[in-house]
Structures are given as structure tokens and as C-alpha cells.
Design a protein around this ligand. Structure first.
Ligand code: BEZ
Ligand code: FE
Length: 289
């Protein structure tokens, strides 16, 4: 096409993609180009602003390696990762949330009732709950992947002083769907802000804080994995999560237990935990399908 104008260029892009081998790829790219073109037209983007955007992407590539992905962080901070999660959510089962960058392969198995805290820095937290399926029945064969930050606010991947799998575990729930474990009470922390994603936060007058949270991925036979996370209701960053991950049903009371006999019977650290100890009840329902 010759004689392009600021308005006809969008249709020209669609026309050029007529022979795309995948209709879905074509539709996505044509839609993306149409939105980008509208963005440029509506904002009358200057050459300098365009160059600044290219610079963000170029710097993001330099910050990205197999331990850190600055593109995913940009997506998280723009709300895109959460939006992808939300538009794909079903309306049954426990509410999902975004995955985040810290799930690892090969986390060690934690026996049901086991202790990930083991006296490390921070306040111990006893988590107990039940996983049921869409009919409210115990979901046999369920495995929970658990991951969270340590008492110093850092994930094991960010902290060479921690063992690489610290606060990462896989836990097989009991046949009646119940589970319990001891961990550290997660703490609020800041997402990495030393790269272009941090520059974007500063340019917007935003901060990098995420409220404290405990990640879970629930694997149950015959179900799609459920990816979610839980937040203590007293965290001051719940309404300003940098990555838009908080959902009302995922905000839970954390209570202090003073009576040892009320802790789950199978808890390995039951007799040794300092009292009072934080407790949280986490009940999970698998989405249908
Ligand atoms: C997290 O859940 O820890 C996380 C999520 C998105 C970006 C950075 C961290
Ligand atoms: Fe996290």
C-alpha cells in the first residue's frame, strides 16, 4: 500500500497479515497494532517519547537473565500479568492470582505437618486447612507447591545466605484433604526497582511494595493447577500492591494462638514452637473443569 495516512496505516497492517498461517496469531497481532496505532495517534507520540520506550525495552533486555526477567516485571507492574490471570479465571473455586517470578522446579517435599521455619529469622506461622474439589469433597492426591519470602523479606533466589530451596516446598495433602505446616510469617517486600521497571514506578510516583503473601499452587489429579496467594489482613500495602495481585477472598486473618493443644495434632513443631504463635486457616476449593 502506498499513500498511507495516520488513519489508513492500521488497515494496511491488517491487510499485510492476510496470509498469516495462524488465525489466532494474526488476530492478536492486528489487534495489538491497532491499539498501538491508536495510542500513538491519540497521544501524538513524539520521536523522543518513542525513543524512550525503545530504551526501556533495550534496558529490560540487559537486566534479563535466567534469574530475573525484567519484561515479566514490567508486565506485572503494568497490571498485565494480573489481568491475564483475571480474564482466564473461572467463577468456581478459590480465587486465583498471578504466579510471580519465584516458583522453582525441584522444591523438596515437606511432610504434612512439617516445619519450614526451623527457628529461622522471623515469626513462626502455623498454616492449616483443607483442599476440596468442586463438589466439596476431599481432593485425593493433591499436592501443594508452597513458596514465600524469608523473615528478612527476601526469596531464597535473591539471597545467597539462604539455601536455594529455603521456603520452597511440595506438600502432599492427607486423603481427607487436610494439611498443616509451620513456616515463617511472610513480610512485605519491594519488587526489584533497580532497573527500567523501577524507573517506571518512580516516573509514576509509585512504590515497589508488595504486601506480605504466601504463594500456593495446587495440583490435583483431573484439575488444572490453581495458582494463588494469601495475604494477612493487617498488611498496610494491601490496597497498593505494586503488581495488583490482591483479591478480597485471598486476604485472611492471622491470629495468635496461646494454647499448644489447639495447634494441629500432626504438627512436627507442635511441642517446641514459642507461644503465642501466629496461625492462619487456609481452605481451598478447586475450580471445576
Ligand atoms: C511476587 O509475588 O513475589 C512477585 C510478583 C511479581 C513481581 C515480583 C514479585
Ligand atoms: Fe511473591
Amino acid at each position: 500500500m502506498r499513500n498511507l495516512t495516520p488513519t489508513t496505516i492500521t488497515q494496511a497492517f491488517a491487510d499485510y497479515a492476510r496470509k498469516a498461517p495462524s488465525a489466532r496469531t494474526r488476530d492478536l497481532m492486528v489487534s495489538l497494532a491497532a491499539h498501538l496505532h491508536s495510542f500513538v495517534r491519540e497521544n501524538k507520540l513524539t520521536q523522543d517519547e518513542w525513543m524512550a520506550a525503545i530504551d526501556v525495552l533495550t534496558r529490560a533486555a540487559k537486566f534479563t537473565d535466567d534469574k530475573r526477567n525484567e519484561f515479566i516485571l514490567l508486565s506485572d507492574l503494568l497490571g498485565v500479568s494480573s489481568l491475564v490471570d483475571m480474564v482466564n479465571a473461572t467463577d468456581s473455586g478459590t480465587t486465583s492470582s498471578l504466579l510471580g517470578p519465584f516458583l522453582i522446579e525441584g522444591a523438596p517435599e515437606l511432610p504434612n505437618g512439617g516445619d519450614m521455619w526451623r527457628g529461622q529469622e522471623g515469626e513462626p506461622l502455623v498454616v492449616s486447612g483443607k483442599v476440596v474439589d468442586e463438589k466439596g469433597k476431599p481432593a485425593k492426591g493433591t499436592v501443594l507447591a508452597l513458596w514465600q519470602n524469608a523473615g528478612n523479606g527476601l526469596y531464597a533466589q535473591q539471597d545467597s545466605k539462604q539455601a536455594p530451596t529455603n521456603y520452597h516446598a511440595r506438600l502432599k495433602v492427607a486423603d481427607d484433604g487436610s494439611f498443616a505446616f509451620t513456616t515463617v510469617r511472610p513480610v512485605a517486600y519491594q519488587v526489584p526497582y533497580d532497573g527500567p521497571a523501577g524507573d517506571m514506578l518512580r516516573a509514576l510516583g509509585r512504590d515497589a511494595w508488595r504486601p506480605a503473601h504466601l504463594h500456593m499452587m495446587v495440583h490435583a489429579p483431573g484439575h488444572k493447577p490453581l495458582i494463588t496467594m494469601f495475604f494477612p489482613e493487617d498488611d498496610k500495602h494491601l490496597d497498593s500492591d505494586a503488581v495488583f495481585g490482591v483479591r478480597v477472598p485471598l486476604v485472611l486473618p492471622f491470629a495468635k494462638e496461646t494454647v499448644r493443644a489447639k495447634l494441629p495434632a500432626n504438627l512436627a513443631a507442635r511441642e517446641t514452637l514459642p507461644l503465642p504463635v501466629w496461625t492462619a486457616r487456609l481452605d481451598l476449593a478447586l475450580p471445576a473443569g
